[in-house]
Every structure is written in structure tokens, then in C-alpha cells.
Design a protein around this ligand. Structure first.
Ligand SMILES: Cc1cc2nc3c(=O)[nH]c(=O)nc-3n(C[C@H](O)[C@H](O)[C@H](O)COP(=O)(O)OP(=O)(O)OC[C@H]3O[C@@H](n4cnc5c(N)ncnc54)[C@H](O)[C@@H]3O)c2cc1C
Ligand code: SF4
Length: 327
């Protein structure tokens, strides 16, 4: 690990002022940052501890939505009674991630910003365009069983690893950030970036901006929702494929559908094509299968991960069946 300056700030403005210094990184739970620093993948000149900021609240909004502070721990959010009741998909996604000890440390802001688990990204002996722009991608012709099948480019095929973000993508969350020029709002689907030709650019947050809150809009029918995660072992493992599903069904017909996929995309993947198929259709297996086929028609497999195309389809069909049943 490289030497760095460490400071602890007490309020948002001090955090933003500190971030004006080039080479600054915030630290919250530290569960991703410290690993990256120990492996010399990240070498910030200055680390700013933001844990004293007042960003720990989970508040119901007058419009029926909910505002979540960026420092709320993953476990506190998962077990919050309002989240369990109104947004079970979010609670289930959080509880499927990592381990209880990690969830007790991991923050909402840190989860949004966590970096890929591509093994070549973590091993500095290999070429990686995300770690060293222009150096190449060892995964494309290497061992790529866990890599992405949606949103890939010829420069990077790394998956986005978060479970929480998949639920938030389906819920259409809004990210509130604060910078030297004031407050800014980023719709969830604009926060994470596709790799394209610049895989080292992963999100639309600026260096001097702090995530302060995430807002979840009011979705009365989100009480009927589910997160399904398929992985090599049933705990302490990242997704091979996952699906977050919210369905509004009246008289056997789907009125509204929100769908997102995890473990398969280079960013939390809002499954717009599946939503189009589902909306207005009868809630049955044929509809669910057609929706899965539509979304995965965009997928491209690589040497070791082509199996994920069918796995993702089956994961989505099962998540839809559990959530919506059969008419
Ligand atoms: C062994 C292991 C297994 C895991 N398994 C899973 C899993 O199955 N599913 C899953 O979803 N996740 C998993 N994770 C990842 C875990 O969820 C993340 O490490 C965690 O959410 C990061 O949160 P943190 O508060 O510790 O972030 P930190 O490590 O403190 O920070 C991470 C990044 O976020 C930035 N940051 C933090 N807060 C803010 C803010 N408010 N504004 C701007 N930037 C900010 C930091 O600068 C840093 O770049 C696993 C992690 C480990 C170590
Ligand atoms: S897939 Fe992306 S993160 Fe993995 S080696 Fe290639 S460029 Fe690096």
C-alpha cells in the first residue's frame, strides 16, 4: 500500500472541500476501498473518512417514497420495517449480498460505487483496460466464466457486482449528490456507465462530488416484488445471474412491470425489452419466457460464459413466476 494522508471530516461541505484536492478518495465502510488499496489497484494521495457525516437516516417522504442516507449500512436498510413492507425486492437483494459482517460495515454510497470483481482487474500481473487504460483486456481471451454478456465492448467485459443496485435499478431510484456547485440529481440508469472505449470511467459522479442520499419513488405495487440470485454457493458469493422483479397484476393481466438483471451486465441491467413484453400481457409462463427471450436477445457470450444466456433467462422466468404466479 502506498502512503497517503488521512483526514476525518464532520460535515458535507468539509468533505467536498477536501475532495477538491486531486487524488482524494472518500472512505465509508472500507470493505472495497481497503482491498483495492492493499493490492495497489487504487493509490489515493488523500483518504477522507466520511463516517461522521449525518447521512444515516431512512425517511419516508410526503409523496410516499423513501429517502436513504448514503451512510446507512446495508444491514440497517435490509431490516428496516418500511423497506421490508414496501420494497421487499430491495431488502432481499441486500440480504443476498456478501456476509452479515460485511453488510454491517458496507454503506449504501459504497455499494453504489463498488468496483468489479473481474479477477484480472485485481491481479496487476495481467492487462486490464479498466485498471490501466489502453493496456488490453486479459478476460476477453482468458478465463471469463463470471464476466458479462450484456453491455460489453471490445475493451471490457466485466460485470457490475452489486445486488443492491439491481433492485435499485428496477425501482428507478434517484441518486442525490452534492458538489462545489450545489446539489445534483442523477437518475439510476445514468449513474453507472457502459464500458465502451473507456472502461476506466465507471460512473457519472465527479471527483469532487459526494453521494448524500438515494431516493426511491413511491411504487404502491412494489409490495409484490422479489429478488432472485443464482450463484455457485448460496452465501458469501457474487451472482452468476440475478433478477429483480416488481409486478402489478390486476385480474390476471400485468399492468406495470419493472425488471432488472444482475451478474450478467456491465452495469445493473434494466431489462426494458422484458418490461415491454410483460406490460399488458397475461401473467403466465409463456409471457415470462417471451420476456426473458426478448431481453437476452441482446446478449453476447464469450468462451466460458455462454451458459449465462440460458441461466439468465431461467432466472428471470423463475423470478417472474414467484412474483406473479400463473393465470
Ligand atoms: C468478500 C466480499 C464479498 C462481497 N459480496 C458481495 C455480494 O455478494 N453482493 C454485493 O452486492 N456486494 C458484495 N460485496 C461488496 C460490498 O457490498 C461492498 O464492498 C460494499 O457495499 C462497499 O461499501 P463500503 O461502505 O464498504 O464502501 P468503501 O469501501 O468505503 O468505498 C467504496 C467506494 O465508494 C466510494 N464512496 C463511499 N461512500 C461514498 C459517498 N457517500 N460518496 C461518494 N463516494 C463514496 C469510495 O470512495 C470508494 O471508491 C462483497 C465484498 C467483499 C469484500
Ligand atoms: S474485463 Fe474489464 S476489468 Fe476485466 S480484465 Fe478486461 S478490462 Fe479489465
Amino acid at each position: 500500500m502506498e502512503p497517503f494522508k488521512f483526514i476525518r471530516v464532520q460535515d458535507d461541505q468539509s468533505a467536498i472541500r477536501a475532495a477538491l484536492t486531486i487524488g482524494t478518495k472518500f472512505i465509508a465502510g472500507g470493505t472495497n476501498m481497503l482491498d483495492l488499496m492493499k493490492l495497489n489497484i487504487e493509490a489515493p494521495k488523500q483518504v477522507v473518512d466520511i463516517n461522521k457525516l449525518s447521512l444515516y437516516q431512512i425517511e419516508e417522504l410526503p409523496n410516499g417514497g423513501i429517502r436513504i442516507g448514503a451512510l446507512v449500512k446495508n444491514s440497517d436498510l435490509a431490516y428496516h420495517p418500511v423497506i421490508i413492507k414496501k420494497y421487499p425486492v430491495l431488502s432481499e437483494a441486500l440480504l443476498s449480498g456478501a456476509s452479515p459482517q460485511l453488510r454491517n460495515m458496507a454503506s449504501v454510497g459504497g455499494n453504489l460505487m463498488q468496483r468489479t470483481r473481474c479477477p484480472y482487474f485485481y491481479n496487476t500481473d495481467f492487462a486490464c483496460n479498466k485498471r490501466v487504460p489502453g493496456s488490453g483486456c486479459a478476460a476477453i481471451d482468458g478465463y471469463n466464466r463470471n464476466n458479462a454478456i450484456l453491455g460489453t465492448s471490445d475493451k471490457c467485459i466485466a460485470t457490475h457486482p452489486s445486488d443492491m443496485c439491481v433492485a435499485m435499478a428496477a425501482l428507478g431510484a434517484i441518486i442525490k449528490v452534492q458538489g462545489p456547485k450545489g446539489l445534483r440529481t442523477i437518475p439510476f440508469n445514468e449513474f453507472h456507465l457502459l464500458p465502451g472505449q473507456t472502461p476506466h470511467l465507471e460512473h457519472s459522479l465527479r471527483q469532487d462530488e459526494l453521494i448524500t442520499h438515494v431516493e426511491i419513488p413511491p411504487i404502491p405495487y412494489a409490495t409484490r416484488s422479489h429478488y432472485l440470485k443464482v450463484r455457485d454457493r448460496t452465501s458469501y458469493e457474487f451472482a452468476l445471474a440475478s433478477a429483480a422483479v416488481i409486478l402489478d397484476i390486476q385480474n390476471g393481466r400485468i399492468q406495470h412491470a419493472h425488471v432488472a438483471l444482475g451478474g450478467v451486465g456491465t452495469k445493473p441491467w434494466r431489462a426494458v425489452l422484458a418490461e415491454k413484453v410483460l406490460t399488458g400481457a397475461v401473467a403466465n409462463e409463456q409471457t415470462y419466457r417471451t420476456a426473458a427471450e426478448a431481453t437476452l436477445s441482446q446478449a453476447k457470450g464469450f468462451k466460458d460464459n455462454t451458459f449465462k444466456i440460458e441461466l439468465a433467462k431461467r432466472t428471470l422466468v423463475r423470478a417472474l413466476t414467484i412474483t406473479g404466479g400463473m393465470s
